[in-house]
Design a binder for this molecule. Sequence first.
Ligand code: CO
Ligand code: CO
Length: 327
Amino acid sequence: MGPGTLSDLLATLPSFSHPDLLVSSATFDDAGVFRLTPEIALVQTVDFFTPMVDDPYLFGQIAAANALSDVYAMGGKPLTAMNIAAFPVGSLDLGILRDILAGGADKILEAGALLVGGHTVEDKEPKYGLAVTGTVHPDRVVKNGGARPGDRLILTKPLGVGIITTALKGELIREDQAFSAYQSMAALNDKAAEIMQEVGVNAATDITGFGFLGHLSEMCAASKAGVEVFVKEVPLLEGVAHLAAIGAVPGGAKRNARHLEPRLKWALPVDEVMRDILCDPQTSGGLLLAVGPDRQQELARRLNEAGVSWWLVGHVTDDEPGAIKLL
Ligand code: CO
Ligand code: CO
C-alpha cells in the first residue's frame, strides 16, 4: 500500500540537516533558507499551477507574483527566477505560452529580480510558475514560528479570490466583477515584506492554498501559541460573502475546513459561510504578520505611507498551541 497522504509520503524521505540549513521543509515555512556567509543566506522556493484565469498574460503575472511571494514571506529579496512551464505544444497556439511567459517576466522585472532561465515540458494542461532564489541576512529570517502571545495579527490582502474565480466559472458573475480579485492576485507582496523587515515582526507567512485559517493554524502551531481571530474585521473582496452564501465555494475551501475543524473554537454559533470564506484557498494572497504590540503602530504608519492595505485581524494568545478561537 502507498502512503495515505502527501505529508505521509514526504515523511518517508530522508531528512536533511546541516549547520547552515536555517529553514528546512520540516517547519512548513514558505521557503528553504541556507546560510552561505555570516551576512548572506539563500532563500529558495518553487511554485507552479494550472490557470485560474482565462487571460494568459494575467495568469503569468499571478503565477509569478505567487511564487515570488514565498521569498517575501521569509523577509527575503528575490534575486533570480527560472520559469517552469508545461504546455500542449501542437494543440494550443504557442502565442498563449508566449503571453504567459511575458506576464511572468514583467512581474519579475517589477520585483527587481532577474529571469535567468527555465524549462518547458509538453503536457495536456498548461501549467506555469517560477523557481525563485532570494537573499536575506541570516539573522533576519522571518519564520512562521516566531509569534508570541500578545502579538497583533496583520493581513495585507482581502480574502475570497477562490470564491470569485469559482463564481466566474459558474457564470454567477461577469468577468468585470472579478477585476479587483485579478488585481489583488497579480499584486506583489514586495512593499509589505520590505516594511516588515525594517520594522521587525515576529512571524510571517503568505496566505495561499490552505486559506487564511490554514496558514494561520500553521503559524500558531509552529509558534506553540493560540490565536483569536476578529471574524468581522477580516477583509473580504466585494461580493464574496454573497457568493459564498449562494454556494460559490471551491472544493478546496471545504477540504481545508474539514481538516481544521478540530482546532476551531467558535465564540459565536458556527457560521458555515464565514468558515468557508476563512478557509477559501487563495492564489497569491497577502502576507499574514505577527507583530509585537510595541511595533504595531510603526508598522501601520509605514504601511500607510507606502500605500499598502492592511487589516488588524486578531491577536496571539497563550491558549493551547494551535487553537484558533473565532470571535
Ligand atoms: Co507560502
Ligand atoms: Co508556495
